[in-house]
Ligand binder design. Structure first.
Ligand SMILES: C[S@@+](CC[C@H](N)C(=O)[O-])C[C@H]1O[C@@H](n2cnc3c(N)ncnc32)[C@H](O)[C@@H]1O
Length: 289
């Protein structure tokens, strides 16, 4: 069961056994939660990668089939400038530091737009970086402008709140013996490296209720849980999106608490999770690998 009682709410919520989701700004939502409530947090924040620009790829360019006007990725929730973005990063990371137990850990997704901010924020807040992971996306979308390299990776930080004691949970043996289908860099019986070869495509059931523009493949989150999760523990998801982390957390028998500001994505996550619970509700303790 979840560890605290929900009182009267001024915003929409989705509450089931083991799931507690809020259509609410995360900073407002977590403000009154008690310290050291969670065993794990997975943060996939806004990257500041959006732009209001559009551009046209002239016909006759080198990439056959891609001609015409392209609207670049533009989402209000993903727009911030450097200083605002840094202040926001410090605020939510500081809350995660307060909320995650010293025996737990925090995973933070980023791209080149915000990875520097996240790294510096962790250091300022005294969150020790356990590893910096490069998620290699071998099927990344090509760079249409021909003026940059094709961005084919994201950076993920694994950090803990326990300072010098380093009590964070690490399922070392399970990770070492694991074999990951499609990952050409991991050999069973060998330690997992910090470059993860995980294609960014999703299975049909991950997209059944719609797409989120930055939806992560379930396989990526499952790997984070295999490394660091405590079966039956408490999982905090500050930026819910389509609910990928909740699906992975439920398969690990975790209690999941999440926040999302966009109604469209909140509804998508709720639909996804409802369908998952209907199918797997009686079998939540399955082994992931
Ligand atoms: C990078 S996406 C997360 C995608 C998610 N990992 C998935 O697999 O679908 C970040 C999400 O955070 C939401 N968001 C942005 N600012 C927020 C805030 N202050 N509080 C809660 N959610 C926020 C956005 O609407 C967006 O859906």
């Amino acid at each position: 069961m979840l560890i605290w009682e929900m009182t009267m709410s001024d915003h929409p919520t989705f509450i089931r056994d083991k799931v507690n989701l809020h259509l609410q700004d995360v900073l407002a939502g977590v403000r009154d939660l008690p310290d050291n409530s969670f065993d794990l947090a997975i943060a996939d924040p806004p990257y500041g990668a959006s732009t209001q620009a559009t551009w046209k790829l002239e016909n006759g360019h080198a990439l056959e089939g891609f001609g015409g006007a392209w609207k670049l990725a533009s989402h209000d929730w993903d727009m911030f400038n450097g200083l605002d973005g840094f202040a926001f990063t410090l605020s939510w990371l500081n809350e995660l530091k307060r909320l995650v137990k010293p025996t737990g850990s925090i995973w933070i997704h980023s791209t080149y737009h915000n990875s520097g901010l996240v790294n510096v924020a962790c250091q300022i807040l005294g969150l020790e970086i356990i590893n910096e992971v490069v998620w290699y996306k071998r099927n990344a979308f090509p760079n249409l402008s021909g003026r940059r390299l094709t961005a084919s990776h994201e950076t993920i930080l694994w950090v803990h709140t326990g300072k010098d004691k380093r009590e964070y949970h690490f399922n070392y043996d399970k990770v070492k013996s694991a074999a990951f289908k499609e990952d050409n860099l991991k050999e069973p019986g060998k330690q997992l490296r910090t470059v993860w070869d995980i294609p960014n495509n999703k299975k049909p059931d991950e997209l059944e209720f719609g797409k989120h523009p930055t939806q992560k493949p379930l396989r990526l989150i499952e790997r984070m849980l295999l490394i660091s999760a405590l079966r039956g523990g408490q999982l905090l998801i500050p930026f819910l999106g389509s609910g990928t982390d909740v699906i992975a957390g439920l398969a690990y028998d975790m209690d999941c608490v999440g926040y999302e500001v966009e109604q469209e994505y909140f509804d998508l996550a709720c639909q996804r999770i409802t369908a998952y619970l209907e199918t797997n509700g009686a079998d939540l303790q399955m082994e992931l690998f």
